[in-house]
Every structure is written in C-alpha cells, then in structure tokens.
Design a protein around this ligand. Structure first.
Ligand code: DP6
Length: 363
C-alpha cells in the first residue's frame, strides 16, 4: 500500500525535455541503522552528521517518449558514471525507479540519462550509495517540480528523502544538513521511518563544525553488501537488545548535543561503532570486517586521546575504514598525528579530510 502523502497527482501536460542537476553529500552515522523491515523501514532510529566534501553530482536528462509503452519494460535509461557508460550500475538504478514509480507515475512519460560523478575516488571504499541515491532522488524531485510547479519546498525535501530511502536507507539522511534523524523516536518530534528530518534541538557550537578524517584502510569492494548485512539482523540473537540500545543512545545524545558534552559523545559514538561490528561478528553467518590496521588505528586514537586530552574518537561503517571525529579547533594537531602516525596504516597512504556539511545543493 503506497504511502498516500507522496503519490504524485496524474499528469496533465508533460514537458518535452529538460535537464536538472544536484549534488548531494555522503553522511556518517553516529547511531547506526543496521537491520530493516520490508520496504526499507529501519528496525531502529539513526542519526548522522551530513558530510561536506564526499559528494556525488548527478545530472538527470529527460526526454518525453512518444508512447508510454515503457511501462511493461520498466523505465528506459542510460547511466554514465565519470564519463563512461556503466551497464553494471543499471540494476540498482532500475530497482530504484521501480520502487519509486508508485509515487512518481510521471516517470513513465520519459526516458532518462543519469550522468554522475563522485568527488571521492570510486575505489576508495567510501560507499557512494548514500550520496548517489540522494542526488538522483533530488533530480527526480526537480523534474516533479517542473511538472507540478506548486510543489512546496518542505514537501520537496521530505519527498526527496522519502524517495532516496527507497534507493538506499542511509541516503535519506543525505538530503539536508547537518545532523539528520531517520526512524521514529519517542523524543524527536516529527521523526519518521520513511524519511529523514533535521535534528530539531539545540546543538552546541563544538558540534557545528566537527571534523571527519576518513582513514582508508581497505579500498576494495565491500565484503558484505549492506542488504545482506541488514538481513542478518532477522533472527539475530541480540537483535531486540540492539534496537533498544539505538533508541537509548539517541535519547542520551540529546543532552550531549545541547551541552557540548564531547566526553559522553565519544562513549556513545564508539560504542555504536563497536556494537555494529559486534552484530556482524555474532550473526549467522558471521563476518569480521575490521582489518588489523583498523584495530591499530583505534588503539592509536585511544593512546592519543589519553596522552593529549584531545577529544578525538572513531566510528566505523560496515567495513574496515576508520572515520576519525574531532572538534575543528584540534584540526592542525590531529592532521599532524595522521601524517606522523596513522598514514602507515592506510592503503597507499590515502585518507580524506571531511567535515560536517549543510546538505544537498541544486546546480
Ligand atoms: C553501516 O543504507 O547502505 O552504514 O538500505 O540496504 O542500502 P541499504 O543500506 P545502507 O546501510 C548503511 C548501514 C551503515 C550504518 C548507517 O549508515 O546508518
């Protein structure tokens, strides 16, 4: 049963052709989304920092088709990624179009060209599904706006996040900045399982320009796709306790953000990262996605924190790379630390400097 609020009205007059372009950033979860129900509904609420430098730029070119017999074949489109036609990206986008069609029936009137670039190297081990799906969903919404000019801004972003979620769950947190909540939570008004909302409470200055230095331990393809990973939470012995923990962590973060309590922030964020990996290590089948260098970096971060008293901490996604989070006032010293002590653990010495960002942008 489609979510009625987001079903587009029947089209009266389609435009002949056009082109829209958006850039959307990646995001890093502080409370992790791990486990989902049918139709991309998260098993627990999550919250993330929207990033600034790691982003995808997508142009959507569209031309009206003369007859809309595309319905039986699905939406017709080509994908060009970093200047090259990419057949291998098509299944994911085809399934995205199929999932969003009940909400965007006008898509059937057009054929498309999706032209995308990432600001970070594709083979960096940085997942581009969040930024990629978010940029594409925003392009679809710009097309919708040109067909239905009365579309209001609030609805535009809400539906963009709703559509992005159907492409990849975490993508719904990449539409806006700078702290975004996805998934219903008792203490966050208007939070929803079907789209992300901007964190509504006070955020102390220290968290407004937080830094994320991404240490690329393993630039290879993901060992476990997130779809398979999320699936492993079905029937997982610790699932119920984990989902409750995510609710509790999000509650605990509210006073942390308000007071600028970095000490408590560190405890919650690192526990989240380690719980995510603990879930993978204890599922059936089990996975170990950290590498020896991931652990070496974590230990170095802990040593550095102890000895310098700089509130630097780490978080992890479902892979071996380490996101090192810290307040911007320590940027210089931490980047020295990276060069002197951490770069040896990074594949080819590669790392990416990022920070909290404001969300997507129409180009
Ligand atoms: C570990 O959003 O990639 O990064 O909905 O199947 O596309 P799908 O999953 P995806 O999962 C991300 C999981 C995570 C944690 C997070 O970002 O919250």
């Amino acid at each position: 049963m489609p979510d009625k609020e987001f079903v587009s009205a029947p089209l009266k007059n389609a435009v002949e052709s056009g082109s829209v372009c958006w850039e959307a950033p990646s995001n890093i979860a502080l409370v992790k989304y791990w486990g989902k129900k049918e139709n991309q509904i998260p098993a627990n609420p999550s919250i993330s920092f929207t990033l600034k430098n790691c982003k995808t730029t997508t142009r959507l070119n569209y031309v009206k088709v003369s007859d809309n017999s595309t319905t039986s074949r699905g939406i017709e489109f080509d994908v060009i990624f970093e200047g090259v036609k990419k057949e291998s990206f098509k299944p994911k986008i085809a399934s995205f179009f199929k999932r969003i069609l009940p909400y965007c029936s006008y898509l059937e009137e057009f054929k498309f060209e999706v032209v995308s670039d990432n600001s970070f190297p594709h083979s960096s081990g940085i997942a581009s599904s969040a930024s990629g799906m978010s940029a594409l969903a925003l392009c679809v919404m710009s097309l919708e706006k040109s067909l239905f000019p009365e579309t209001e801004d609030d609805f535009f972003y809400k539906k963009a996040s709703f559509l992005a979620r159907l492409g990849s769950g975490s993508a719904c947190r990449s539409v806006r900045g700078d702290l975004v909540v996805w998934g219903q939570h008792q203490e966050i008004p208007l939070s929803s399982d079907t789209y992300g909302v901007q964190y509504p409470f006070k955020i102390a200055d220290v968290f407004k320009d937080y830094q994320d230095t991404i240490l690329l331990v393993d630039k290879g393809k993901k060992q476990v796709s997130s779809t398979v990973g999320h699936d492993l939470m079905h029937g997982h012995a610790f699932a119920a306790a984990r989902f409750q923990q995510a609710h509790d962590h999000l509650s605990a973060l509210i006073p942390v953000f308000e007071k600028g309590d970095v000490k408590q922030f560190i405890k919650i964020v690192e526990r989240e990262a380690l719980t995510l990996h603990a879930m993978m290590m204890s599922s059936d089948p089990y996975f170990l996605l950290m590498k020896p260098n991931t652990l070496a970096i974590i230990n170095k971060i802990w040593e550095k924190r102890e000895e310098s008293k700089i509130p630097v901490c780490f978080t992890l996604d479902a892979g071996a790379n380490v996101h090192m989070l810290y307040p911007s006032q320590f940027k210089e010293e931490i980047l020295e630390f990276v060069k002197n002590e951490l770069v040896v653990y990074c594949e080819n010495g590669h790392y990416i400097c990022d920070e909290i960002g404001k969300g997507s942008k129409k180009l």
